[in-house]
Design a protein around this ligand. Structure first.
Ligand code: HEM
Length: 227
């Protein structure tokens, strides 16, 4: 156990922690986006899915696990960024900054803004203290009307804009994150590069694009237009 803790304090151990928690969070986002896309099948499908999740006996275990993943991922990333900055002489830091690619340079910014979005998102749809509410909150089967909440929320252009902007940031964050993940895992041989260059943006587009399509389709009336 002590050995494990010592490993995670080293630079490579910290990178592995960020990579492992990042991979788990990507898995969560994929499942979360797929679940929410049930909105395309209508109110019954989405509300039924949300109701099943809310009533799941492992819900609080899952929430605690997710919180731990976010906390470790963010905490260790911040520590690594500080250590990297401190280890570089000032002149080299400027040259390195000029040379590195845009999504990589944006990681701390996109990560911080995504954290702010997550707080907004939880206040909007989990705590439900931000954005328009639906009246009544429950559908005809007594389940929380998550479909109605999404349609009411994303019919407000400013809320839809916040979500779409956050998903653009999420896409940029994921493109670089997936590339960095492969590097940390040792897939940095030249022969892997073409695959990684395609896989990163494709997965990022699938997840961020899938999420962003929901507010956009509500705004143009494809989702919820008849209700
Ligand atoms: C358009 C994009 C998104 C939509 C439509 C959406 C939708 C939802 C909905 C409807 C809920 C509440 C579920 C319920 O109470 O039954 C929820 C909860 C949640 N969402 Fe999202 N989400 C989006 C993006 C994201 C992103 C990008 C993240 C992470 C960065 C995220 C993380 C979470 C978390 C952590 C919860 C709380 C889960 C829980 O109750 O334990 N969501 N989301």
């Amino acid at each position: 156990m002590n050995r494990m803790l010592r490993l995670f304090r080293t630079s490579i151990g910290s990178k592995l922690l960020v990579a492992a928690t990042g991979a788990a969070l990507i898995g969560f986002l994929f499942v979360h986006a797929a679940g929410n896309l049930l909105v395309l099948k209508g109110a019954d499908a989405l509300n039924g899915y949300a109701d099943w999740l809310q009533g799941h006996p492992l819900l609080w275990g899952f929430r605690a696990g997710l919180l731990l993943l976010f906390a470790v991922h963010i905490g260790v990333s911040i520590r690594l960024a500080h250590e990297n900055r401190a280890a570089r002489p000032h002149r080299y830091r400027r040259i390195a900054r000029l040379g590195s690619r845009l999504p990589g340079r944006l990681m701390p910014v996109s990560g911080g803004l995504l954290l702010a979005f997550l707080v907004f998102h939880l206040l909007h749809l989990t705590v439900r203290t931000v954005g328009p509410m639906v009246e009544p909150l429950h559908d005809g089967s007594g389940r929380v009307d998550v479909y109605g909440l999404l349609v009411a929320g994303f019919s407000e252009p400013w809320i839809a804009a916040v979500y779409v902007a956050a998903m653009v940031l999420l896409g940029l964050h994921l493109v670089h994150a997936i590339e960095a993940l492969f590097q940390t895992l040792g897939f940095n041989h030249d022969s892997y590069q073409p695959l990684i260059r395609v896989l990163g943006p494709a997965l990022a587009l699938l997840i961020a694009g899938g999420f962003a399509s929901i507010p956009l389709l509500v705004l143009v009336g494809v989702i919820g237009g008849g209700s």
